[in-house]
Design a protein. Structure first.
Length: 178
């Protein structure tokens, strides 16, 4: 089913104050604007997951990219390839997330896989993660997987189009999911 992202002309009055911020910037949030109360409630968690996470930006991108891979979300993959590149990650490092990278990236990918496949972190994996990144970062990893799983479900349910700027980047510098 296609549910077009809200335009500025049909933006809900109840969240008018959010249109000039993150909510008006991307098609995923413009689509979520069809449910103003949810989008407003979403904002504080988004702030923490996207901006204030104990994972830090690079680890967070590894986690989000893997969620996009596991869900088969072209939108999440394209947007987070773009974001990872902007953070200075190489295309080789990004592409490694499609399989099983080495080192800490592999640890994070194994964690995402465990959560999406078994809905939990096995005790030994949780202990390894805690030793590597700290307990708060493990909580943020779990929350990030949940957050982006919900976003991925919204994106794929409503066939949300990749934003033009990101689509142009992917066309100019493709990085295939396969």
């Amino acid at each position: 089913m296609t549910l077009p992202p809200r335009t500025d002309e049909d933006w809900p009055e109840a969240i008018q104050d959010m249109n000039q911020g993150f909510a008006g910037a991307l098609n995923v949030y413009r689509t979520m604007a069809h449910h103003p109360a949810l989008l407003r409630a979403w904002a504080p968690l988004r702030q923490h997951i996207v901006k204030d996470t104990a994972l830090g930006p690079i680890r967070s991108e590894i986690v989000i990219l893997r969620v996009g891979v596991k869900l088969g979300s072209s939108y999440e993959w394209a947007h987070h390839v773009s974001r990872a590149r902007a953070l200075g990650m190489s295309d080789d490092r990004i592409a490694a997330v499609l399989k099983m990278p080495d080192g800490e990236d592999g640890l994070l990918v194994r964690a995402v896989d465990a959560m999406l496949d078994a809905h939990r972190l096995p005790e030994t994996l949780e202990a390894e993660l805690t030793a590597a990144v700290g307990r708060e970062a493990v909580f943020d990893l779990i929350a990030t997987v949940g957050f982006y799983s919900v976003l991925g479900t919204i994106l794929m349910t409503y066939d949300v189009p990749i934003d033009d700027k990101v689509a142009a980047e992917m066309e100019a510098r493709p990085l295939s999911r396969t």
